[in-house]
Design a protein around this ligand. Structure first.
Ligand SMILES: *[C@@H]1O[C@H](CO)[C@@H](O)[C@H](O)[C@H]1NC(C)=O
Ligand SMILES: *[C@@H]1O[C@H](CO)[C@@H](O)[C@H](O)[C@H]1NC(C)=O
Ligand SMILES: *[C@@H]1O[C@H](CO)[C@@H](O)[C@H](O)[C@H]1NC(C)=O
Length: 380
């Protein structure tokens, strides 16, 4: 099925009505493969439809799976709209899934029917939460520990670490050149890994890294037990001490960086963490050590990272997230030998996306029937 954006649909409806091709809306809708849901609702004389807006066509499984989950509920309509068309249509929707779209105060002011702005995941850095609060709109994320997203992200971090240790780019060259038994890679065994930002992903990562025989260092703003990821009942909070070899706060960041062979950034991006991996941080890392980022591109200072890679101080970079997305495939940083990039797929797995689609779908159903939201973490 082809999903029309609202603005183009409205335009066509307008033309059709003016041309008197048909007078019945349901017919027009059918003509254009417009959602079956709207059609049924119109036939029933029930125009109470809850509309869900997905911003932009990136991360297609997010809207596809949500639409699939809701297909038997004709009174919920799920639309995907190009990023730059969002301002023209946002006033028609009750729920907005932002993805990579920025929602500033101006745009939020236009969202006259909006009840809930949510992320398909955790990152809400593009949303002006204060403006939403002012307009009585709830803003929410889907906690990664409940959906398998953090587990997916943790596995991805390990994938990138192993890729760097085994020199993935050189491996591919060896295969092309019909070489055997080179290059010599390295093991995780015996390494020290510093998890910068011990949230849900950091926690899942530490659990999975343990069996590799690594030493684990981690920093977190507060280590109070109530701020630890709690949904994993198989792992009591008291056992954190057995999982981490050294716990620290932001003040220990440079000291831990100096001790680690691999640094993994698992922080949320906000004002205080933007560019946290800067020249000072990178030069405190060991010569030849590796850096992996599966959180947000803005955590790393681009110029400093490029410089430290070129000088050989940084032995490798593995990123699933970049400074601008989609990232320019011709960017000079990608030409360097031990740099690996993936297209923001850490959390994009069947398991995690089906679960998050269910959370979004359930929120739409709850809003429609006036029930309280479940499965999301409201931040305002
Ligand atoms: C319209 O549909 C919704 C969802 O099925 C239902 O809750 C509501 O009562 C209906 N309203 C009318 C007037 O039929
Ligand atoms: C999403 O749905 C579209 C249209 O049905 C399809 O072309 C595309 O392959 C789907 N992509 C994913 C990742 O599910
Ligand atoms: C889930 O995955 C997406 C895509 O990788 C990511 O942007 C988002 O922040 C993740 N959310 C989590 C960890 O809950």
């Amino acid at each position: 099925m082809r999903f029309l954006s609202f603005s183009s649909l409205d335009f066509r409806l307008h033309l059709l009505v003016r041309a008197n091709l048909c007078s019945n809306c349901a017919q027009i809708c059918t003509l254009f493969g417009y959602s079956k849901m709207a059609e049924v609702a119109v036939e029933n004389g029930n125009d109470s439809i809850t509309r869900v807006l997905f911003c932009g066509y990136y991360f297609p499984a997010s809207h596809n799976y949500t639409r699939e989950y809701l297909q038997s509920y004709p009174f919920i309509q799920v639309d995907t709209v190009a990023l730059d068309e969002v301002p023209d249509v946002i006033h028609k929707y009750q729920i907005c899934v932002v993805k990579s779209r920025r929602l500033d105060s101006e745009l939020i002011a236009k969202a006259a029917q909006m009840k809930l702005i949510m992320q398909f995941g955790v990152g809400l850095e593009g949303v002006d939460v204060d403006a939403a609060t002012k307009h009585k709109i709830k803003v929410a994320r889907i906690p990664g520990s409940a959906t398998g997203n953090s587990t997916s992200c943790a596995e991805m971090a390990i994938y990138l670490m192993l890729g760097l240790l085994r020199k993935q780019k050189e491996l591919e060259i060896s295969v092309k050149q019909r070489k055997l038994g080179e290059p010599t890679g390295d093991t995780l065994l015996g390494k020290t890994v510093f998890i910068l930002g011990f949230g849900a992903i950091g926690f899942d990562l530490a659990k999975r890294l343990r069996p590799f025989g690594v030493k684990i260092l981690a920093t977190k703003r507060r280590w109070s037990s109530d701020s630890l990821p709690s949904s994993d009942s198989s792992f009591p909070n008291d056992d954190i001490d057995g999982l981490i070899d050294k716990k620290g706060g932001p003040g220990n960041m440079y000291e831990f960086a100096a001790e680690a062979d691999i640094v993994v950034t698992c922080l949320t991006l906000y004002k205080e963490t933007a560019g946290i991996v800067d020249a000072k941080f990178l030069s405190s890392m060991k010569k030849g050590s590796l850096l992996v980022n599966i959180a947000r591109g803005g955590l790393l200072d681009y110029e400093s990272v490029l410089h430290h890679l070129e000088s050989g101080h940084l032995g490798g970079l593995g990123i699933d997230v970049a400074w601008t997305e989609p990232f320019d495939p011709e960017d000079p940083i990608l030409k360097l030998p031990n740099v690996l990039i993936t297209p923001h797929v850490a959390g994009v797995t069947e398991y995690s996306y089906r679960t998050m689609a269910k959370v979004v779908g359930d929120c739409a159903l709850q809003l429609h029937s006036g029930k309280p939201f479940t499965g999301i973490e409201i931040v305002n």
